[in-house]
Design a protein around this ligand. Structure first.
Ligand code: UD1
Length: 329
């Protein structure tokens, strides 16, 4: 049976991947240093995974962790545009140096394939919509530059060493377990928790910026397909992972008013530095080469996510972080 290594397994996406793989009866190893991930995200599966606490910046540790691994799902990162603007050096260390370490360790351990969490931010603020993979990237923030550089490292390791790599450009992934607590958190996690508490959310700019918000189950599906796809279709390639539909922040706020029962108005603040205006993916390449099809649309995903955060608020401490029945049925 294949062994999967998930870097950043304590994070929102990493722990969701782990849960899905464990649910399929697969063997899972995970690494995290809890710089941004959380132990609580692993509570319910800790007994079923081989967890190693380490930093991806520790090459010796990564070499030993990659021993015997078939697939690496590389999710570990400092995943924030504004944080990268404030601290480009830390961004580069985690998001570029960390990736090179993972690749070297994977290459030396003769891993079958590395699947990478790339980012839609690579496209930048180019006016063309939808964004397709043939477009020339135009990253704005240090985060976007780092994610793009790591994508190129993926392709380079395929070309230079024959290590099979697949880069998945995630478009604004959201869902249960996304950390809402930091000023750098994804907008949906922030708004849902604020609105459930009756707190007023702040929209940066006029709220007409739009995103291709993508529910976590779609990203999980894409990772599994990226492992399974024939090398002729996937190796050394980059794929958009999204839904192919964009929603403005104002529309998203209206949808959340209904789901959360929040009755106030949003506050409008200045635009955020490094932000892009619109983001929408062309997902035809992933459909054609990976067999990817988004399974959960924006409204369904939003409903499931609000239900999960509401359950967290209401649940006694010991029941927190349990899987909502509706999500994996
Ligand atoms: C970007 C990347 C995404 C990456 C993510 C990591 C793009 C298109 N996407 O997402 O691939 O995974 O960073 O963090 O570049 N906002 C508010 N109020 C808030 C918080 C955010 O109005 O309290 C706004 C932001 O200004 C932005 C939008 O909501 O316009 C989305 O922000 P966020 O969730 O942080 O994600 P992106 O920066 O789009």
């Amino acid at each position: 049976m294949a062994l999967y290594l998930i870097t950043g397994i304590g994070g929102f996406i990493g722990s969701s991947l782990a849960r899905a793989l464990v649910g399929r009866g697969e063997r899972v190893r995970g690494v995290d240093n809890f710089a941004t991930g959380k132990r609580e995200n692993l509570t319910d599966i800790l007994g079923q995974i081989d967890f190693r606490e380490a930093s991806i910046l520790d090459l010796d540790a990564m070499k030993s962790i990659c021993n015997g691994v078939d697939y690496v799902l590389h999710q570990a990162a400092i995943p924030s545009v504004p944080k990268s603007v404030l601290d480009p050096i830390a961004n580069n260390q985690a998001n570029v140096d960390g990736t090179v370490n993972v690749l070297v360790a994977a290459r030396d351990a003769k891993v079958r394939r590395v699947v990478y969490a790339a980012s839609s931010s690579a496209y930048g603020d180019t006016p063309t919509l939808p964004k397709h993979e043939e477009m020339t990237p135009s990253p704005i923030s240090p985060y976007a530059v780092a994610k793009l550089a790591s994508e190129h490292y993926m392709t380079s390791f395929y070309r230079c060493y024959g290590l099979e790599t697949v880069a998945l450009r995630y478009f604004n992934i959201f869902g249960p377990r996304q950390d809402p607590s930091s000023p750098y958190s994804g907008v949906l996690a922030k708004f849902i928790t604020q609105m459930l508490c009756g707190d007023r959310p702040t929209i940066f700019g006029d709220g007409e910026q739009s995103r291709d918000f993508t529910f976590i189950d779609n990203a999980v599906q894409a990772n599994l397909l990226a492992c399974e796809a024939p090398a002729s279709q996937a190796a050394g390639q980059v794929f958009n992972i999204a839904t192919g539909r964009r929603v403005t922040l104002n529309e998203m706020f209206s949808a959340l008013e209904k789901l959360t029962g929040y009755s106030g108005t949003p506050e409008y603040g200045p635009e955020r530095g490094g932000d892009i205006k619109h983001s929408l993916a062309d997902i035809s390449k992933a459909e054609k080469h990976l067999g990817y099809k988004p399974k959960v649309n924006f409204e369904q995903g939003l409903g499931l996510t609000v239900d999960w955060y509401r359950q967290q608020r209401n649940a006694p401490q010991e029941n927190k972080n349990k899987e909502p029945v509706s999500l994996r049925s």
